[in-house]
Design a protein around this ligand. Sequence first.
Ligand code: AMP
Length: 398
Amino acid sequence: MKILVVNCGSSSLKYQLIDMDTQDVLASGLAERIGMTGIGQLTHKPTGKEKVYSEQPFPDHQVAIELVLKRLVDPVCGVITSMEEIDAVGHRVLHGGMKCTESAIINDYVLAAIEECVPLGPLHNPANLIGIRACEAILPGVPQVAVFDTAFHQTMPDYAYLYPIPYEYFEKHQLRKYGFHGTSHRYVTMRAQEMLGTDKFKLVTCHLGNGASCAAVLDGKVMDTSMGLTPLDGLCMGTRSGTVDPAVVKFLCDKEGYTVDEVDTILNKKSGILGVSGVSNDFRDVEKAMNEGNDRARLALDIFYYRVRMTIGQYAAALGGLDAILFTAGVGENSAYARTRILEGLEFLGIEIDETENAKRGEELFINTPDSKVKVMVVPTNEELMIALDTKELVEKL
Ligand code: AMP
């Protein structure tokens, strides 16, 4: 079975074609500048062949998907002989709200639910819908599946997801914590289950990339997570502030004459390690600047490490103990320094790192010492494979 995994952003489209018999990625790529004036770009990477870069205007997602499919069946850079080889399409969908608690075959009910969640995911859900409709138009009759970024967190208890503000806003607008990166947290939890050889564990998963979030996972179910109503909450991130006193918004409006929308942009796009360091939103650049003596780069990273460390402590309390901590995503998978700094001072929780193991990269591994009471794992995330696995499972039941 071959599955096309599609991830539509507001002006971009990422894709992978996966052969589910072997779980091999046959091709992947990225279309950019969709719906924008001027020229769009498509980078198509067929596995084992030269990558192909092309430029053409992409007035909408449908035009971009048409070109992707053309590349996939191309006699030179293609990897399949006809579109009929695509058995199903799996879509990453940002927000499923309270109705979509697991992956689902796309039908009118699911489409309406995604539409209903547009106010909760105003940038992504409309793009996801456009991507789904474009695939329906070009691949009629091919089953499509929605995999929601919020779904894995839907097991949180009410006292964890409800904000202590008047209850009517939850009733009227479903205003509550949802959490994001769910597909990644779920994939690494699945791998942790296999690596630990049990499905009974108290685990904190740390997805640390440009966006960053932690989840407290009990026996495979999320009990709490650090992102909230939107992906702005929780840890300090590349450009996002994470948790700040909500009064910061009014304070900045009063002092700087900003509108609420302007403060929202500052907190989402100009804060985090970029805002504090003034160097970059890229962790590698900020680590480099720190090593060259830039004290604001040092401060930005200290804030980041401190917040992840505190969140691990909070979640140990929420779970009533800790069996394992897992690091994933760009920083979590690749920066031994970040892992060391995050875990420093946590020996009292029974965490001890083996720095030789910690220095290894690019594979699933345990980085704790044999005496450590808590296992510490590094697991490369694979959201596309998780989406494809769900798609396969649902399509096989049709
Ligand atoms: P992601 O959003 O998961 O793609 O992660 C992107 C982030 O990971 C960027 O800020 C990168 O700088 C960071 N990253 C990737 N490799 C490393 C590394 N070796 N050390 C520190 N940060 C890294």
